[in-house]
Write a protein that binds this ligand. Sequence first.
Ligand SMILES: NC(=O)c1ccc[n+]([C@@H]2O[C@H](COP(=O)([O-])OP(=O)(O)OC[C@H]3O[C@@H](n4cnc5c(N)ncnc54)[C@H](O)[C@@H]3O)[C@@H](O)[C@H]2O)c1
Length: 259
Amino acid sequence: MLDLTGKNALVTGIANNRSIAWGIAQQLHQAGANLGVTYLPDPKGRFEKKVSELVAPLNPTIFLPCDVQDDAQMDATFATIADKWGKLDILIHCLAFADKEDLSGNFSETSREGFTKALEISAYSLTSLSKRAKSLMSEGGSIVTLSYLGGVKVIPNYNVMGVAKAALEMSVRYLAAELGSENIRVNGISAGPIRTLASSAVGGILDMIRHVEEVAPLRRTVTQLEVGNTAAFLCSDLASGITGQVIYVDSGYEIMGMV
Ligand SMILES: NC(=O)c1ccc[n+]([C@@H]2O[C@H](COP(=O)([O-])OP(=O)(O)OC[C@H]3O[C@@H](n4cnc5c(N)ncnc54)[C@H](O)[C@@H]3O)[C@@H](O)[C@H]2O)c1
């Protein structure tokens, strides 16, 4: 029943084989979606090479640089989608950034620059990508973003990223309310802690993972592919009645009161 055949899906945020976006891309591909992949360009072209080799087996029909701080790159990405695909069905927003010094220590020390950068890349980018995507979602669509419990409850060291995730989760609701009349659904997945490039910047991430393994109902953390399964579900007709939600894929950790 989970069939994404004939659906065009843009996946942002693949950096390497540990990326949650990579888990999502594999499951969308498995379900039959036609993939487009964007990556964050760097001066030496390392991400471009690494990501293009990684995703090659999934046969993406679009592969482009897209820094969400660069309006021209975002415009070029969606112009290419209009040109090559004509319509977009699925947008996966799976990216975030904060300076490492803002991911440990006292939250009150967060600089104006660090705060603005984290919120722009990690939260505002959902709105700026959705704005560009909506006109191409002529047959309706599904937008999925990635959040974390630290946007709802205080998690040690998550600091400014928690504030960004709070903004992101509220953006999900405002976008869902606005785009619902065009049959575009917007949802978030709040994933449990997973070792990735981004999470390694958060102070004490390994302790967080160990803690989840001890106290979460399932007594383990989740995998990128499990998050990918939920994303594929949310993008499919099986989830046609779900919008504006943040679904926890966290081995049940979020329900626990005494941890
Ligand atoms: N790993 C976890 O424990 C965890 C838990 C819950 C939510 N998340 C969220 O999942 C998402 C993916 O993170 P991940 O853990 O897979 O790490 P990751 O490092 O693999 O992915 C983060 C991605 O963000 C991209 N990015 C950063 N700045 C960008 C910019 N300016 N423009 C475009 N792309 C940019 C990076 O290139 C990278 O591909 C993030 O939103 C993260 O907050 C992660």
